[in-house]
Design a protein around this ligand. Sequence first.
Ligand code: FA5
Length: 342
Amino acid sequence: MLDRLRELQEQALRELEQVTDKQALDQWRVTHLGKKSALNQVLRSVGQLPKEERPIVGQRGNEVKLALEAAYEQRVQVLKAQEMARALAEESVDVTLPGRPVSLGRLHPSTQALREIYAIFAAMGFQVYTAPEVETDELNFGLLNMPPHHPARDMWDTFYTTRPGVLLRTHTSPGQIRVMRERCPEPIRVILPGKCYRYEQITARSEHQFYQVEGLAVGRHITLTDLKGTMAEYARRAFGAERKMRFRGSYFPFTEPSVEVDMDCIICGGAGCRVCKYTGWLEIAGAGMVHPQVLRNGGYDPSVYSGFAFGMGVERPMMLKHNIDDIRYFYSNDIRFLQQFG
Ligand code: FA5
């Protein structure tokens, strides 16, 4: 029996030498130390041995078991160390390799232009007020002095929704009524930026969605001179200190008098070029003194209060500043165009 135990031990240790992975190790454990192992059978049969042999075989059997268990634990450690060494070798990182550049997103050119406009007007004391893009007919037209069938409505080709009386705003001017009704009778000095929509033929100069920034100042002593000063200051801060301004009489139903605000051409300095169509001037905004009826619609008594308003595009001035010859680049998602505005 003792020989049998020695054989079992030698064989088990020989086999253990061959074990190189976890699965084989588990199998080895079942075979040599499990319930059905030959060693266990020997240990269980000790009781049937002659009385004098029992302690000797029993003791030896336990020694073999302990020896195998110790050998097993040792093998576990060896395999673990080998696994770790292999993983380190395979997954090693070459820290001397140059890193891959992370490609960063950037702000859309219209957003950049808007932020520049906010900063300029904030420095002049204007707050930013936002109004909805989906508007009522009444706010977009009616309360701006254009009742149904008023011919001036034709100035704005409109996207109507399926809901009667609801449309996509054609300009930011309806925000004037909203802010007046909210702030009345406080004085107002705000800009209202946002998207506008027009059912227009898309061309190099006209998109059917574009940004506008509306400006509105209401108070007891607001004059046309304030409008001129504000527009001139804006143009100089946005396009250069040497800018000259020109106001031309115009017509908008919601301002009286109405003007178009021009500045001297930033490309040719007023000499005349293709961009300014050889006039020397570029149009930057429609503007005027808020019409008395519009003030009234906003809750202000026009015999006490007056105001000025202006509305300017965002993409068209950007096109002039950066020599962009087609407005469609702004919203056609061509990454090569967008990447040029860092
Ligand atoms: C208006 O929309 C008036 N609400 C402006 C205004 C406000 C006047 C307050 C008086 C008082 P107009 O239709 O001219 O005006 O548009 C203003 C600016 O929006 C234009 O100068 C232009 O820069 C921009 N714009 C108009 N239509 C388009 C278009 N289809 N694509 C790109 N920009 C446009």
